[in-house]
Design a protein around this ligand. Sequence first.
Ligand SMILES: [Zn+2]
Length: 292
Amino acid sequence: MLVNLKEILEIAEREQYAIPCINTPNVETLRAVIGAAEELDTPIIIDHAQVHDSLIPIERIGPEMLKYAREASVPVCVHLDHGSDYDFVLRAIRVGFPSIMYDCSALPFEENVKKVKKFVQIAHAAGITVEAELGVMASTEEDSHGGDESRVLTNEDIKKFFTEPQEAKKFAEETGCDALAVCFGTMHGIYAEPPVLDIDRVKEIRAALPEDCRVVMHGASGVEFSQVKQAIQAGCSKINYYSYMAKAATKFVADRIAETEGKIPYHELQEEAYQFMKGYAKDVILAFKNGK
Ligand SMILES: [Zn+2]
């Protein structure tokens, strides 16, 4: 069944686990992620990233995502990932997305507040939930979200982007956003060195935010599971995960082509890749459920 972000994150908060939010830029990934959630009888968030729109436009993949969500036996939130252009965000609304990430984090604090606040008023009036971002999430060149940074970021570099708990509180109170992506040690894409998360910062942010605003972690791919688990216990209820799953699927496909000496028919390769991604997505869901 199709739900918005508020509805699905209430389940996460109640059950004290985190729900993965996985990009579904093609039908195989979409089937894999929904199938994984249904087999495990657990809620899931699927999202279309604005940067993936050059691969497949939201008007094409969006209705498919919504259809799979409505027909699913578990709660599914269809969400826009990193909508940074207002026109693009409006396109997601026209397609029927019940939840939007309006990312103005590249702007100064006051402008970020102003834009998100205005958008939340419109979105909430239409029953649409809003995620915002505070503290710029760094990206690497291998970033599947279209990051343009060519330098390698160390943990020291990432620290400069950390979200301040009191700023997060002010931001959430003024904008009324339903969820806030914050920076405490993760980044998008592939890590240059093992990331170190500031778990105390997550706790401080969770404590500072209004009760109904949830903490979101982006860039969970590649973070040691013990740290992800601590971040969940500290109050993260939505975790974005995609880069490493995409990378693993590529390796699987490359291996299958090599094993079959390139003779595997494309449709069979696609089907096997779907099965592989479903298994991978199940592992991610179970990990974020804290072993429950
Ligand atoms: Zn992100």
